[in-house]
Every structure is written in structure tokens, then in C-alpha cells.
Design a protein around this ligand. Structure first.
Ligand code: SAH
Length: 243
């Protein structure tokens, strides 16, 4: 797990292993600042899937992992955030396990936790949120989500990979009972110098995100705690009226 972007949010173990790696296979969400912590002599292999021009398949990543590890090299598979949160870490481990290749999993700070910390969002604030849910509304999976449960009060819901889906997410939450005044926040490039924070109610957030030109990577955080968002240094805040 490479964490959300700020290299100081790597775990000590991740940093140590990056210093020992012969090969590093990294995703698009791994920041340059994190890559700078990789051993200088290590081979860096970009395996981001969303690169526009060429698309690398999950199978190709499996093949590369098997090839490098099969040569006896120490391979670091570097993923943004945590490798077990919307990151296909389980699939890659299964492939390696089947080939008898030992694997160590190093957790990372997932984007939701990085964003919560740097935007001042206490995800389970007492009396306001009894639970927090990490969810992705991407693709056909969105159909099977329990939207009524996600629209319920007294919780915080964090949507990953939601930027393109933003209008549909908000529409569905409202269709399933979420009031239009429910606070929402969007954190783009969380923990990085370019971090931006957008806040508003469910009825405002889509237009504000559009006006600000919010793009990936960004998280949508829905629930009362979103109204407590605050910004620190080197963070741009785009906020309408204060609630
Ligand atoms: N394994 C990663 C998530 C991968 S899914 C983790 O644990 O964080 C990719 C999605 O994560 C992005 O579309 C975005 O919604 C979110 N994300 C990752 N890094 C982010 C960041 N620095 N700021 C905001 N969102 C981020």
C-alpha cells in the first residue's frame, strides 16, 4: 500500500521494502513523491490501467508479477492507498500463491482516511455518524448496491471512483430518501499539494464539482460530518456558503 499520495504517509515497512526492491510495479495512483522513495537501482514498471493510450490488462499484470518473481527478483507491487481496498490485491495474491511465490501484504492508508485527515472530516463523529461505509459505484456494480441503506441518516458514506458517476450517485441517494440538504464533500488529490475540497449540500454538490472542474482521483463523502470540512495550509477550498 502506497498510501494516498503524501510520501510521509507510507508505513515504515512499505518504505523499507521499497528500499530493498529489485522491481517495482506501480499504478497510476502512486504519486511521484512516493516513487522517489523507491531504491534508485530498482526497475520501475508502470502498470496503470487507465493510461488512455494503451490499456494493460489484469492478466498482463499477473504475468509480469510471475515473470519477475520467477527470476528470483524481489518485486514490490505498489498500489495507491491500501492494496485490499478496491485494488484487486486479493486476485494478485491468489495468482502468486498458486505459483508458490511468497507474498507479504503491507497495508496502506486508504484514500478515505487520508482525505478525512487532511480535510478535517471526523468520519465517525459521535452523535453524527454511527458507521462509515467505503463503497464504489462504478460500473454495473452500482445496480446491486443497497441504495436505501446508503441514503439512511446517522452515517458517513465514502464513494471511491465516483467522479464520472457523481450526478447518478446523488440522484440515487435522493431517490432513496436522502434529503437534499444532506452535507457532501469532494476531496480531489487528497493529501497532495494539489488537494482541493468542495463542499455543499447534495442538491448543490454536482454543480459545484462541475464548476470547479473536479477530476480523478477524488472521493465523494456524504453525511453530516461533511459539513465540518476545513482546510489547512496549501489546500484550495471551494465552498459555497458555510453551514
Ligand atoms: N486502493 C486505493 C483505492 C483504489 S480505487 C485506496 O485504498 O485508496 C481508486 C479511487 O480511489 C479513485 O478513483 C479515487 O476515488 C480514490 N483515490 C485514490 N487516491 C486518492 C486521492 N489521493 N485523493 C482522492 N481520491 C483518491
Amino acid at each position: 500500500g502506497a498510501g494516498p499520495g503524501d510520501p510521509d504517509l507510507l508505513t515504515l515497512r512499505a518504505q523499507q521494502l521499497l528500499q530493498q526492491a529489485d522491481v517495482v510495479l506501480y499504478d497510476r495512483l502512486v504519486s511521484d513523491a512516493v516513487l522517489a522513495r523507491v531504491r534508485r537501482e530498482a526497475t520501475r514498471v508502470y502498470v496503470g490501467k487507465e493510461s488512455g493510450r494503451h490499456r494493460i490488462t489484469q492478466e498482463r499484470i499477473h504475468t509480469l508479477l510471475l515473470e519477475y518473481a520467477g527470476r528470483g527478483l524481489r518485486v514490490a507491487r505498489l498500489k495507491g492507498g491500501d492494496p485490499f481496498i478496491f485494488a484487486r490485491g486479493g486476485e494478485e495474491i491468489a495468482v502468486l500463491a498458486a505459483a508458490g511465490i511468497p507474498v507479504t501484504v503491507v497495508p496502506g492508508i486508504t484514500a478515505a482516511l487520508g482525505a478525512a485527515a487532511s480535510a478535517g472530516l471526523p468520519l465517525t463523529q459521535r452523535g453524527v455518524a454511527q458507521s462509515v461505509t467505503f463503497v464504489t459505484a462504478m460500473g454495473e456494480g452500482a445496480e446491486t448496491l443497497d441504495w436505501r441503506a446508503l441514503a439512511a441518516p446517522l452515517q458517513t458514506v465514502v464513494f471511491y471512483m465516483g467522479v464520472a458517476q457523481l450526478p447518478r450517485i446523488v440522484e440515487r441517494l435522493q431517490a432513496h430518501g436522502a434529503p437534499s440538504e444532506r452535507p457532501a464533500a469532494i476531496v480531489e488529490h487528497a493529501t497532495l499539494p494539489a488537494q482541493r475540497l468542495i463542499g455543499g449540500t447534495l442538491s448543490q454538490i454536482v454543480a459545484r464539482a462541475r464548476a470547479a472542474g473536479i477530476g480523478a482521483p477524488a472521493l465523494l463523502i456524504v453525511g453530516e460530518v461533511a459539513s465540518r470540512a476545513r482546510v489547512g495550509d496549501n489546500v484550495t477550498q471551494v465552498w459555497g456558503h458555510n453551514r
